[in-house]
Design a protein around this ligand. Structure first.
Ligand SMILES: NC(=O)c1ccc[n+]([C@@H]2O[C@H](COP(=O)([O-])OP(=O)(O)OC[C@H]3O[C@@H](n4cnc5c(N)ncnc54)[C@H](OP(=O)(O)O)[C@@H]3O)[C@@H](O)[C@H]2O)c1
Length: 287
């Protein structure tokens, strides 16, 4: 099959490109906004016809949570309307969504059929994208993920490494719980869906294994980075604080844990624990 991967300069798209060589079953074309602006419906249709695309993996998104709050229409264009443009091409689609479609007020891992209740503009626009896709393309595959990081782009791990070597103290919330997810692991789950003998439409939750707070995550990031380097470069003291003590512009979910039973059962994948994957990622970042 000819597979088109969008958003290829983002965190997940970069991992899809990096790992595609290990998955020679299909031919891949990678694009980002410079080659193909997904908000342009005609251009999208022309591109997939020219490329004879069979499957689209949509890694493109408007991911700036605070930016979306200030400008919901810009977020909607990419997170919903562009998804509609992809769906209308009639190709098979694998699309990525987020824990932000849920309220974040739960206390048990979210299942795929739990009722969404987004509390942010980002979450609302991502949910609109999901719903549009299901309506226009009922055999689409949707992977919802959370707490994504990688050596590329902007993410929590890179921010903590930056400040962890510059500051004496990092104050980090301990009352928001989730599962850190290495973008390479999500990419491998997507390859499992692409390489499967059968197409399995539906919505699936994917994160790395295990659960922690942003505070716990930070402690382990700095500890593992020092361990890999064999020196104490990241020696900021990490202090746990409550969300009220941090000046968030946009409310953050307190509980983002996703139930992964379905994705493991359908695609037969084993999911690494976040501490193992973090070490793999840090080796690329700090050495
Ligand atoms: N990051 C997280 O923690 C997280 C958590 C849960 C779910 N997700 C979801 O996971 C997916 C991948 O996230 P990510 O962190 O890899 O995203 P990312 O790093 O922000 O990458 C998204 C890419 O899409 C591109 N893009 C934006 N508008 C576009 C347009 N109109 N046409 C074509 N490309 C466009 C962006 O280009 P520019 O940079 O030039 O805008 C960027 O290269 C997204 O669906 C996201 O919603 C992410």
């Amino acid at each position: 099959m000819n597979v088109l991967v969008t958003g290829c300069k983002g965190q997940l798209g970069t991992e899809m490109r990096r790992l595609s060589g290990l998955h020679p079953k299909h031919q891949y074309v990678f694009v980002d906004i410079d080659e193909l602006d997904l908000t342009n419906k005609e251009e999208v249709q022309r591109f997939v016809e020219d490329q004879q695309t069979d499957v689209i993996v949509n890694c493109a998104a408007y991911t700036n949570v605070d930016g979306a709050e200030d400008n919901e229409e810009s977020a909607r264009l990419v997170n919903a309307e562009a998804v509609g443009n992809l769906a209308r091409t009639g190709r098979k689609i694998i699309h990525i969504s987020t824990d932000y479609v849920f309220s974040g007020e739960g206390w048990l891992p979210y299942r795929e059929d739990d009722v969404p209740a987004p509390r942010t503009a980002y979450g609302r626009t991502k949910l609109e994208g999901e719903e549009l896709l299901r309506r226009l393309c009922p055999d689409a595959i949707v992977f919802r993920t959370a707490w994504l990081y990688s050596p590329w782009g902007k993410n929590f791990v890179k921010t903590m490494l930056h400040y962890g070597s510059e500051r004496n103290e990092l104050r980090v919330v301990y009352d928001q719980i989730g599962s850190p997810t290495y973008a390479a692991d999500l990419a491998e789950a997507i390859f499992a869906a692409l390489d499967a003998d059968e197409w399995h439409p539906g919505t699936y939750h994917f994160t790395d294994e295990g659960v922690c707070s942003w505070y716990d995550f930070t402690v382990v990031i700095l500890r593992q980075a020092n361990d890999i380097l064999g020196e104490n470069r990241y020696n900021a003291r990490v202090t746990p604080i409550r969300s009220e003590e941090y000046a968030y512009r946009t409310p953050r979910p307190h509980y983002s844990v996703l139930d992964k039973r379905l994705v493991k059962q359908i695609f037969g994948i084993s999911v690494p624990h976040w501490t193992e994957s973090l070490r793999e990622c840090l080796k690329q970042m700090v050495l």
